[in-house]
Design a protein around this ligand. Sequence first.
Ligand SMILES: [Zn+2]
Length: 772
Amino acid sequence: MNSKLKEKNWNVSLEKEISEMWENESLYDFSMEDKREIFTIDTPPPYPSGRPWHAGAAAHYSQIDMIARTARMMNYNVLFPIGIDRNGLPVEIYTEKKFKISMISTPREKFIGLCKIALDDLEVEMIATMKKMGLSGLFKQYYRTDSEDYRALTQTTFIELWEKGLIYQAMRPNNYCYKCRTTIADAEIYYMELPSKLVFIKFKLTNEKGHLLIATTRPELLSSCQVILVNPEDERFKDVINQEVEIPIFGNIVKVKSHPSAKMEFGSGAVMICSYGDYTDVLLFRELKLQEKISIDTTGRMTENANKYKGLKIKEARDRIIEDLKGLNLINKIEEINHRTPICERSKTPIEIIPMEEFYLKQIDFKQSLLEQAKKLKFHPEEHRRRLLDWIEAIAIDWPISRRRYNATEIPVWYCNACRTPNLPKPGKYYRPWIESPPFKKCKECNGEEFSGEERTFDTWMDSSISPLFISKYNRDDSFYNKTYPIQLRPQSKDIIRTWLHYTILRCIQLTDKSPFTHAWIMGYGVDEKGERMSKSKGNVIDPIPILEKNGADTFRLWSASEVNLGSDFRISEKKINGMGKFLTKLWNISKFISMFPIVKSTPLDTDKWILDELSKVVKESLNGYNDFNFFIPANKVREFIWNVFAPNYMEMVKQRAYGIDVDENSKLAAWSTLHICLKTSLLLLAPIMPFITDKIWREMYSKESIHKQIFPHAKWNFGYIQHTQNIINFNSKVWNEKRNKGISLKDPISINIPEELNLFKNDLIAMHKIN
Ligand SMILES: [Zn+2]
């Protein structure tokens, strides 16, 4: 008998052929003609920024592809877009490094051109990697977030929200990163405990001899100090409340006031309030109506207010002021402490608080409806809902959406030179006000005819947060939009819950009054073998490309599905990935064997009934996993079934029957039929996880139509035979062990009693073990 599978072994190079076949067949195209229910996935557009793609990201994207394939096998018409995120800072930084230039000193148009060149190269690589991973997305029509279409939509939504009164301009102290030279939102900040010096400085009391001791980690802000606060309950300072002190070095006089925000246990208990050390200072300046005095500029250097320290960098000014205070004998002591410091997520620089005029999108007013949507959304896994709720509850300011960068969507505004009124163009087109004349003649306010174009751009989350609207063709194709929006599922990683997930819900409810999606599918981090997060600086980043080249995508994907239990962090180990290859070899060998036998229909015998029951159990469990988009369950269940139950036990028990040795015709046909049912069903259950090998086997054995056009099997059998599984496995192991102990081959005959409870399977067991 001949095997239908031509190749002797499964090998990685077959994946390339299969992938080309899929492309030639347009297997994963999306068509509106297909009348089945649409399932849309809001694929996160990956960001090409020059690093090798992290193996954790590759695992993430291969799982998103499993979602698409799962939905197809659930009989949906699946819209699985592929996009590339090309806006924003990381590419600017990459471009500066690659071409050895600085953005600030390069003409804007030239800089943007260089960003595009850098992006194009990176994008080609990224698309190739996604294809290599077996992604079944719409590569033909992949989108870019810096395309005219995309940017026009971002600008259109800005104009719509401006007209709804949800956007305003305000001069406010805000988070500022002087490395990135731009205002940033709270959502782009994280906190780190950094070693810092807590300096105890003597402030001279003006109307008596003596000093007030004040502790600070920011002595460079002395020139910005406008008040000293002590806690009203702090007995130590009862006598100095409402007195005045002289600021060391600078000589100006400020008052001591009592305020509950002063922490008695911190430093000396007396604290200087400066514009601005942190966000508490901002609130206190407002509450106490203090005049702000800014000592740090947008380049991270000291301003005129810092007198002789003007022009120094923050750190230099801090060191110099400490030295000068020492010289004046005004330092009581210096403690080394760890200080909770806000850090810019992108540049890893401590942020400053600097007042700047920015555009703000209202979000505080929407907290209630955001909370309602967050409660309605179906989270996979549930535990990540808390992260979103906590973030929404913590929102204290509206979202500053303007940035001072180049490689991003322009804010579509022209200012009237006569009256400064912002004039907005009509929505629907892409505008570049920094280089284009306005598409109108007169100022709507004063009929003025001279305008200056806005030079700022949007926070790139303004683009990313409308991805569900872009892929459903909001404002571009009403019939498409009505059929696809709200979409079904947003897959994303947990570190961007407070940015991408939050901002998307905010923007979409503002624009459409509807939550953008039904399911939020959240993935954890890929960490190294020791459980540490991967980073370039630690040197523990694993590049997925050599792994994919060596092991193939199916092995990598099977590893990813077997390792990542929905939503939790997962360890990436090359050894483990390599090990998964064994299962593909096994699956290929089993299929080769089964493919020798014709596909027939027949009535099952008892051994067949038993394995069909086991198979039904695997089907049921796997579908439970798939329904929750948790691939950990089917990957492990099907693998265990094949490795531990089907191949070593069932297949061995029916081999003699299948070969037709000493059996009647029906027994032979029953074996053939059951072997095929088990293999076919297992292939279908594995297809979303290992799309290459399953399709190859499927087409060579079962049908010319791809396995990826099939739907999931259902659990059909229930003969009540599951109870026998453990006994069968135990008995077979016992016989193998005895043969081994006796030093005879597994093919040699043996005398052994078959326990009564296995009577149903007696004939197959005798044939399998050659029992006398
Ligand atoms: Zn005007």
